[in-house]
Design a protein around this ligand. Structure first.
Ligand code: ADP
Length: 159
């Protein structure tokens, strides 16, 4: 079974990488979809976010990374995926994620959403929190692998 894992990934954290690792065991093929969202102003360009992820997942033979625009269900269909994966951290994620999953089911009854519960040690973690801590000079070494941290720090210096 093929699954897509859509998100902003601006940039990926240990939380995302944990979901990808677990999804790679559960599904035959996993396509991580980096959303090109013109409404948000991300720290990293889509190409940068894709390259960061490609670098981080290269040891998984059944995972690939692509960018996409528009609806996740369309991305799933174009990728011949039957499943959309989303990570669930806390109840605060739940309401929005359930609404999205139900909407997607109406739009595409042939595509199902599967939630992976976050590992407890990453439950607090988001790309936003990581960027915020880094912007104030805090230590983000527990939030993402060193290659990603270096890129965040470089990017913040350029600003
Ligand atoms: P989006 O803008 O679509 O929410 P994100 O890049 O923030 O994109 O997240 C992509 C997916 O990864 C979402 O399903 C989100 O719930 C999940 N996710 C984010 N952070 C974590 C984490 N720390 N642990 C597990 N899943 C996470």
């Amino acid at each position: 079974m093929i699954a897509v894992y859509p998100g902003s990934f601006d940039p990926a954290t240990y939380g995302h990488l944990d979901v990808i690792q677990r999804a790679s065991l559960a599904f035959d093929h996993v396509i991580v979809g980096v959303l090109h969202n013109s409404a948000k102003s991300p720290l990293f360009s889509v190409e940068e976010r894709v390259n960061i992820l490609k670098d981080a997942i290269k040891s998984y033979s059944n995972v690939e990374v692509r960018s996409f625009e528009g609806l996740s269900v369309n991305f799933a269909r174009e990728s011949h995926a039957q499943v959309i994966i989303r990570g669930l951290r806390a109840v605060t994620d739940f309401e929005y994620e359930l609404q999205m999953a139900q909407t997607n089911r109406v739009l595409a009854p042939d595509v199902d959403t599967v939630f992976l519960a976050t590992r407890l040690e990453y439950a607090y973690l988001s790309s936003t929190i990581m960027k915020e801590v880094a912007s104030f000079g805090g230590d983000i070494s527990k939030f993402a692998p060193s290659q990603i941290i270096e890129r965040v720090q470089e990017k913040l210096l350029q600003r």
